[in-house]
Write a protein that binds this ligand. Sequence first.
Ligand code: NAD
Length: 501
Amino acid sequence: MTEQLTHFIDGARVPGTSGNFQDVFNPATGESHAQVPLASAAEVKAAIASAKAAFPAWAATAPAKRAAVMFKFRELLYAHQDEIAQLVSQEHGKTLDDAKGELGRGIEVVEFACGIPQLLKGEFSEAVATNVDTHSIRQSLGVVAGITPFNFPTMVPMWMFPVALACGNTFVLKPSERDPSSTIRLVELLHEAGLPKGVMNLVNGGKEAVDEILSNPDVKAVSFVGSTAVGEYIYTEGCKHGKRVQALCGAKNHMVVLPDADMDKAVDALMGAAYGSAGERCMAISVAVAVGEGTADTLIEKLTPKIQALKVAPYTDPEAEMGPVVTKESKEKIEGYIQSGVDQGAKLVVDGRGLKLQGYENGYFLGGTLFDNVTTDMDIYKDEIFGPVLGVVRADEYETALQMVNDHEYGNGTAIFTRDGDAARDFTTRVQAGMVGVNVPIPVPVAYHSFGGWKRSLFGDHDIHGMEGVRFYTKLKAVTTRWPSGMKEGALFHFKAGKDH
Ligand code: NAD
């Protein structure tokens, strides 16, 4: 029987009332196993009203008590990690190891939020003038919202709400409608951890739900992670309505391989970074810039047999290295890009199309795909494909490779593989991207640093999680205080002697 998923409003799961539902598919079988309700504006308003009502008490709760909920939440996430990973894999398609991996990265942010009493400590300057002191404090904003993508249904929401809640805000989350079950479970566990009702709400939905969030005056800030076209809309609309907005968007991450790099390590790194999670990661490497003819030839020669040997299988197969992509539309879009690469003159070295798995003929599977001789005018170079497709671009020299990364419209992550310290230092200094790896293919910062891209990979002024997250979810207040000193008149002495009372 098809399961009906729910929203989570005012401390409880609630069924959808809009009458609009969307199927949620298992990408390995192509079968729908659940229906997600798409919230109307009225349902989103109810979630925002619940968060607004819960705000004053939650904001006034001591940070250490808010942290206590996060400590408990962390324990529950570990206790339920197998169950949560199963929900992720069933709706996203990634392997169980990848699902547990993303949950682990989300838990790191919860651990960061456990330190909120320390993180919210203000600054104090004594005697800025005679008898005058100044201190600054960070205060919560009110109701804040998160809109998240399909590709990390647990990690990306946890980039946002643990920090936002720990800072004293209340939250309305709109997860991806393609794989919402694990996200709903996270919200349920937060309540088991002792979060008061109304502090965290979840509404499922599409554009109608998002538009209510963007225009509702009670929502003070919006965090978005998803594609650039949607992110730019959310940033523009949110700002137009006076909200603080951070929108983390699409990517085309280049890995520059210099001739002196350890080629075996570079190839292993490319295998994980290009084909892990079927390439559906905003930090996936989709372009390898091989500097020097010999470098490109070596990479292609070493990559080809490994890609051909990739074990593509459903997550239920313990040997699976790569699962299906998320939807039928996504599979067709990726196949379209592969064809355009061929039509525009790239050399197709490994073709992942046409893969059929016995017993899973309707699944959205694609094999790993490799192109050589990709050039910067091709669509497979310019666009984010978001699938298991890697293109090798040949560059004569380092400067050309660096210029290529810098000229691309996206600037999320990038990496250089080399043994040359000078080259690595020059690259990290001059490259136009928000996250840079030196012999590290996917340089996702740990939770106590912040995550964010440059150029059209991020709209807004703040990166996510780490101290940037604390800054995004709080307002700074500076308080200047004068107390006329009673010392001269002997007021302190009088008080001690009890004469004033
Ligand atoms: P998406 O943009 O389609 O969806 C993201 C969210 O926006 C979802 O909640 C969706 O319901 C909502 N949405 C979709 N269309 C909308 C519309 N027209 N109006 C209002 N809301 C709308 O993204 P996706 O396909 O779920 O995720 C993949 C994208 O996310 C890729 O581009 C990837 O690079 C990006 N991403 C970026 C980061 C990052 O940190 N930069 C991290 C993860 C994913």
